[in-house]
Ligand binder design. Structure first.
Ligand SMILES: [Fe+2]
Length: 396
């Protein structure tokens, strides 16, 4: 059963025993996170002073919190795009990400030990993720990209797989290619599982040897796949080329545009977006809207594929799904769904007691500015930094 609890009942500075959901089904904070006072303040602004949890063993089995139970009016607006998220789906996707990440971690160890003989388990993992994306792409992206603790490598692979497949679907690629890009995204960081955490992300402290190892991880991943049955050649090409940039500034072999596989270009921009949001090693990320503006700039500079960039904009919107924004009437809202045909006007949900869902493409309101989210604090990107290159080996 879903149970409503007051924010005052939550214990500060202790790991959450249950995942917290909003009345609209939006996953607010995942279990295990240590709750800080600033997060409770943020939750107070986003909710009616209460959140929802599943009773033990019941997560995913209960129904959506009823409006009658909460005393709230139906929040969907008149636009057909104003569809609330489903708490059941949120819990199901959460479990899927957990199990996928666990499996990716175990399979990567097997691959590193040269004990994996068949690639089918990776394909099945990306197929399961694909089914969720095909069901509700916006909610899947919200749960996977925004709500996860993405600092763990296996979860990062899962995020990369989901975002890359979403871009492939946006470009209307056939399902074989969508599955290939999803599988390649799960596989391409395999060699990093064998390294200490500090060596998995480029940094100024890295030794030349570690830096070289990082530079070559796509080639090492490809080599590990050589004896494995059932690995498509497209998958191997994407694994090798996921970090190559169109202008030849990427790695490991500085390929240029015409020689980079179309699917690798999708993984490349998805990886850059995730790195900008969460660079790892405790470094502060950039808020999603600024990361998007930054990638548009670098696409114009010739580093990313324009079609991949367009797909990213249409998939997440210019103010990406899950991010907070200030509206032109002074209220605050969270981006709920992308409007493919209106990347600057997504569907949002107000953070006040009304929890009204608004299709901005069908309303007189506009987005005034993106906001930082105290549940996932990141920094704004000053305009003088937009020309800097801040992903891949360039961050070292
Ligand atoms: Fe990588």
């Amino acid at each position: 059963m879903l149970r409503k609890i007051a924010l005052e009942e939550l214990a500060l500075d202790e790991p959450l025993g249950r995942t917290l959901y909003g009345e609209d089904g939006v996953l607010l904070l995942r279990k295990g996170r240590r709750l800080q006072a600033a997060q409770v303040d943020a939750l107070r602004k986003q909710t009616n002073g209460a959140v929802f949890v599943y009773d033990e063993g019941d997560e995913g089995a209960a129904s959506q919190p009823s409006r009658e139970a909460t005393g709230q009016p139906a929040s969907a607006g008149s636009s057909p795009h104003c569809i609330p998220f489903q708490p059941q789906a949120a819990a199901r996707i959460e479990r899927l990400v957990e199990t996928t990440s666990e499996m990716v971690s175990q399979l990567a160890e097997l691959l590193l030990d040269e004990e994996l003989t068949d690639v089918t388990p990776f394909q099945r993992a990306s197929d399961n993720l694909l089914r969720e994306i095909q069901g509700d792409p916006d909610q899947t992206l919200h749960e996977v990209l925004v709500s996860q603790d993405d600092r763990q490598l296996a979860q990062r692979c899962t995020q990369l797989s989901v975002l890359s497949m979403s871009l492939a679907l946006e470009l209307k690629l056939d399902e074989v290619k969508v599955r290939q890009v999803g599988t390649a995204a799960l596989l391409h960081d395999t060699p990093l599982f064998g390294l200490d955490e500090a060596q998995r992300v480029p940094s100024p402290q890295m030794t030349a040897a570690s830096r070289n190892l990082f530079r070559n991880h796509p080639l090492l991943a490809d080599r590990l796949l050589e004896p494995v049955r059932g690995v498509d050649l497209n998958v191997r090409a994407v694994v090798r080329q996921a970090h190559e940039q169109l202008d030849g500034s990427g790695f490991p072999i500085r390929l240029t545009s015409g020689r980079i596989h179309n699917l690798a270009r999708l993984v490349n921009i998805a990886d850059a977006y995730l790195t900008l949001l969460d660079p790892g090693l405790g470094r502060e990320g950039i808020i999603p809207a600024d990361a998007m503006a930054y990638l548009v700039h670098h696409t114009c500079e010739g580093r990313f594929d324009p079609a991949a960039m367009k797909a990213l904009l249409q998939t997440l919107s210019l103010y990406p799904i899950g991010s907070l924004v200030a509206l032109s009437d002074g209220s605050q809202a969270r981006v709920l769904r992308a409007r493919r045909d209106h990347p600057q006007q997504p569907v949002v949900i107000r953070l006040d007691a009304s929890q009204t869902i608004i299709d901005l493409a069908d309303a007189s309101l506009t987005i005034r500015e993106p906001l930082n989210d105290s549940a996932h604090p990141r920094r704004r990107l000053p305009s003088h930094q937009i020309g800097e290159v801040m992903w891949g080996l360039h961050v070292a």
